[in-house]
Design a protein around this ligand. Sequence first.
Ligand SMILES: Nc1ncnc2c1ncn2[C@@H]1O[C@H](COP(=O)(O)OP(=O)(O)OP(=O)(O)O)[C@@H](O)[C@H]1O
Length: 300
Amino acid sequence: MQLIPDNIDFSAYMNEPEQHNVRPASDWLQDTIDAFYAAPDATPIPTMLWEKSRDRIKFRPGEVSIYAGINGHGKSMFLSQVELDLCYQNERVMVASFEMKPVKQMHRMSRQAYAGREPSIPFLTSLSRWTDGRLWMYDHVGAVEWRKLIAVMRYSVEKFGITQFVIDSLMKCVKGEDDYNAQKDFVNELCAFAQAHSVHIHLVHHMRKGESELKAPGKFDIKGAGAITDQVDNVFIVWRDKKAEAEKKGNPNCYVSCEKQRNGEWEGRLGFWFDIASQQYLESADQHPTRYNIAAQGRA
Ligand SMILES: Nc1ncnc2c1ncn2[C@@H]1O[C@H](COP(=O)(O)OP(=O)(O)OP(=O)(O)O)[C@@H](O)[C@H]1O
């Protein structure tokens, strides 16, 4: 894992160079053919690596995904496993978490990669070698001005070739919970950024306070302006089923629902079993956590 320090002068990266390209539609013939018939040697579009999600959900370049959920329902934890999956698929991932220090994030991710509560020191050392060239973290906790964050992202694309950005969370980038226009502008910029640089952006967001956390929230419970979900390409809701947790009848204790997938054909709800020791989300009640085979992959 590599840190992106906060004391770099990002001023040269504040503005996107403007481009106004009007070209004949036929310029996109080869891209259109590729969209129908991917070449056998084409890099597959990254996904979440669970069996139940891998053919249903894709993290296409040029798109923004939102992950919304009630406080403490596991948005960051779920995304941590997604980040590992992305690294495993040789994506170049940058995490900008304004909620959690890098060491805390690596603590969680190391348990998930090791598939157990106490990763050995040799495993931690190998993991850290493996994440070099795959995982970068922006070293900044607390609120940030969103224009500065976009400049850091622009810098990171240029310097490190980042392909997947994780931003945790929207409310740390926009001052004022009710400033719907600023939220809309930020998300609009993220969508434009994703398209201009052919990267995927994963953005964490919160829910409005509902009547009870025992009821699964929906797309319309997401905080802020409705324009946020209109603008992004994919919407996921992470919900922890505390009733199922208490009952212990073997039902899933976490659900991730895909409420919108603009360029995919699947929407629906996936059930998971959260394993406390490894902090992995498992696909079934009888599945055991699996260690990520980082030794077989070598360096990126
Ligand atoms: N399904 C689950 N069952 C049991 N514990 C869970 C489950 N999901 C998450 N947790 C635990 O809940 C805690 C909160 O998770 P996390 O920080 O990912 O939530 P969050 O939704 O990102 O919260 P916030 O909105 O406050 O940032 C973690 O310590 C994790 O171990």
